[in-house]
Design a protein around this ligand. Structure first.
Ligand SMILES: [Zn+2]
Length: 471
């Protein structure tokens, strides 16, 4: 019979006999005693490199058994053969299927071609299977419990916090807060990534290359997005994609700011940062003929900034300056009104404290409903009806919280003595964010042969308060 010798070096034993050459000698001796021909020997070294990596030797051994090349697998002891229950089960199932003998220097010989051998293998297999299930159930329960208690169970250090997951790391927390502001004020995720990279922050993940220490990864738009959408930053514990508890760690941003940024990032019509810094209205304004977004460019002469309809036929291309000047004068006019602050803030601004309290109350009620359901105090259909109602209410409150966060954008302008100067001091991306909150902009063709700017060709439609949550 052809035999496959499988050896494993592991650090869990200091026993002299476990040294791999001794293991090998013993296996070869057993093979010659039985008259087996050793056709292959594989060694795995658990001491080297990543522990989670699949063991090449073990896999090679399974492949050899699968292909029918060997009738015997030889190892020093059962615990040398398999490292975990999952591998053990794979091996038993395969050997059973292929009628292969498992032989150990220290331990039983399992002949899977005989009824007795199969019986033993079945039992060993079901013990392994039972342990796997028990373990994963235990792990699932433990993870769920930790989540419901708002505990952090470890893992990669979250950006903004120390490795304990509980202590805020001030420099990173400040960067995160600034990023929420930037996104709210119209910056793209790519701009945030660039800022974080230039400030020397990394994602904490290292890219390993053979023989190298690995380079810390740079931020990219998608990794920034993951950070900003993580409810960890408002001290909420998430389990399986849902907020399940108040976390044990402190928040980095307020709930309304978080909700506002979430609304911005999840808005499919979000104006991307590609728009180009010099153009106030590109992507924000729409064509008055077809409704397509208005983009920058398409000027008739070089050097002239222009807006054009982005539809394939393009309904117009017109000079940018007069349009922008008009829009800016209207905005400054609105915000300079003596009652602007009252209009924008007192009437529009939801009471964030009150909303937050309501949201907390609703979340608590949702928890209580689940308990009632579990204790049969409520039927399943009652439960569904009640929770659907509560969730809808919660969604409304969360969108109002988002409005509260968004309206903060107008704060500096409303407080300014000289609104025009304050407006001009804003970056284009912040100006865009202000426009986005205040109005919809529709640009019409300038008219044939018209040289003078006609303000009726630029339509500014105030956004009503109840639009603010959507747009
Ligand atoms: Zn058009």
């Amino acid at each position: 019979m052809k035999a496959f010798v499988y050896l494993r070096i592991s650090q869990d034993r200091t026993d002299e006999r476990s040294a791999v050459d001794r293991q090998g000698e013993d296996c070869l001796k057993l093979a010659s005693d039985r008259g087996w021909e050793v056709v292959a020997t594989e060694v795995d070294n658990d001491l080297s490199a990543a522990g989670k990596k699949r063991r090449k030797g073990f896999e090679a051994m399974l492949t050899a058994v699968e292909s029918g090349q060997v009738g015997v697998v030889l190892a020093w002891a059962l615990d040398r053969l398999q490292r975990n229950r999952r591998d053990e089960l794979r091996l038993y199932e395969l050997c059973q299927r292929k009628n292969v003998v498992l032989a150990f220097v220290k331990g039983p010989e399992l002949d899977f071609s005989t009824a007795a051998g199969r019986l033993v293998a079945d039992q060993l297999g079901s013990v392994a299977r039972f342990e796997i299930e028990q373990k994963s159930e235990r792990q699932v329960r433990a993870a769920e419990q930790a989540a419901k208690q708002g505990r952090w169970v470890g893992g990669r250090r979250p950006f903004g916090y120390e490795p304990d997951g509980l202590t805020v790391r001030p420099a990173e927390a400040a960067a995160i807060q600034a990023a929420y502001d930037s996104v709210l004020y119209g910056a793209s995720l790519r701009e945030v990534a660039r800022t974080w990279n230039s400030q020397g922050f990394t994602t904490g993940q290292r890219r390993y290359k053979a023989g190298h220490e690995g380079e810390p990864s740079l931020w990219r738009a998608d990794s920034v997005r993951v950070v900003l959408l993580n409810p960890r930053n408002i001290a909420k514990r998430v389990y399986k994609g849902e907020i399940v508890a108040d976390a044990k760690w402190p928040a980095i941003v307020s709930e309304e700011r978080f909700a506002a940024v979430t609304a911005v990032l999840k808005n499919p019509a979000r104006v991307s940062g590609k728009a180009g810094g010099r153009y106030l209205l590109s992507g924000l304004a729409r064509c008055g003929v077809c409704g397509a977004p208005v983009h920058a460019g398409g000027a008739s002469r070089r050097g002239v900034r222009a807006y054009r309809c982005s539809a394939s036929m393009g309904h117009f291309a017109r000079r940018a300056e007069p349009v922008e000047e008009y829009v800016e004068s209207v905005v400054v006019g609105i915000l300079s009104r003596p009652d602007a602050a009252r209009l924008m803030q007192d009437d529009n601004r939801p009471d964030a404290e009150e909303l937050r309290a309501q949201a907390v109350g609703l979340r608590e009620q949702l928890d209580a409903d689940a308990v009632d359901l579990a204790n049969d105090r409520m039927s399943r259909s009652q439960f569904h009806a009640v929770t659907a109602q509560r969730r809808a209410k919660l969604a409304t409150i969360e969108s109002m919280l988002a409005d509260a966060g968004r309206l903060d954008v107008l704060g500096p302008l409303l407080a300014a003595e000289d609104v025009r100067a304050a407006w001009e001091s804003l970056s284009v991306s912040r100006q865009r964010a202000v426009l986005h909150i205040l109005m919809r902009i529709v640009i019409h063709p300038p008219g044939r042969g018209v040289r003078k700017f006609d303000s009726s060709t630029v339509e500014l439609i105030p956004k009503r308060r109840d639009d603010a949550g959507r747009h």
